[in-house]
Write a protein that binds this ligand. Structure first.
Ligand code: ADP
Ligand code: MG
Length: 225
């Protein structure tokens, strides 16, 4: 227990530092973006440079927002929450993005499952995973959500029909800043793993037999059901 205490204290110093830096950087970035957009308005529309600069700034903004999220203190007041309600909220938010790519999110859920958790953090995990699933798919298809109880744990499978994850890359997922996307931050999976660990859970990554991959969220079943 003592070792864990020390580790969590260290985390919070790192977290504070991350928050400080993220905050200091985000404000100037936002003003830079504003001025660039003003300049862009008065410039030859063919000029790509401005668009590139705005894109790059947006990427930095995304990184700073995610760093701010990491460093938020983990509230210790966990509350019993209905799992499928949280998932439904997230799916509703991401539906426009999925619709745009003709991706259908299908839910096969055990609606009775509850977890002891910080609602906004667990929703953040599902947001990250659904976003990744949508982003991975270049063609119309399905994302399947499957919830089940396995021993004392709740398993939530999010399966996509994307390209799957190459063997040589799989161990890198969740490393900070590892991304294969043009505009990725490479922080989503790391944050998700961290949140799940704080809840006594974990994230497993599986290769589907046919196509795509499955991200399995594992959370302990709430005791005070
Ligand atoms: P980001 O989405 O910003 O790249 P993440 O931490 O969310 O950062 O994901 C890291 C990397 O993991 C992605 O760039 C991608 O290569 C890979 N990845 C994540 N989810 C999937 C998925 N569902 N299918 C294929 N690759 C994925
Ligand atoms: Mg992501």
């Amino acid at each position: 227990a003592e070792e864990m205490m020390i580790r969590s204290e260290k985390m919070s110093v790192a977290g504070q530092l991350a928050a400080g830096i993220a905050h200091e950087i985000r404000n100037p970035l936002t003003s830079l973006k504003g001025f660039l957009q003003l300049l862009q308005a008065g410039v030859n529309k063919e000029d790509e440079f401005y668009k590139i600069m705005v894109d790059e700034i947006e990427k930095m903004e995304n990184i700073t927002s995610e760093l701010l999220f990491i460093s938020k203190p983990m509230t210790d007041h966990k509350v019993v929450e209905n799992l499928s309600e949280m998932i439904k909220d997230v799916v509703t938010l991401l539906k426009p993005q999925a619709d745009l790519k003709n991706i259908n999110i299908q839910q096969k859920q055990d609606t009775t499952q509850v977890v002891n958790c910080d609602r906004s953090q667990i929703k953040q995990v599902f947001t990250n995973l659904f976003k990744n699933a949508v982003e991975a798919m270049d063609e119309p298809g399905f994302i399947n959500v499957n919830t089940r109880l396995h021993k004392d744990e709740i398993e939530i499978d999010i399966s996509d029909e994307g390209p799957g994850i190459p063997e040589d890359v799989i161990h890198k997922l969740g490393e900070p800043f590892f991304t294969t996307k043009q505009n990725g931050t490479g922080l989503g999976l790391m944050i998700s793993r961290q949140i799940l660990e704080r809840h006594g859970g974990r994230l497993d990554i599986l290769q589907n037999e046919d196509k795509g991959s499955t991200f399995r969220v594992i959370l302990p079943q709430s005791q005070d059901k």
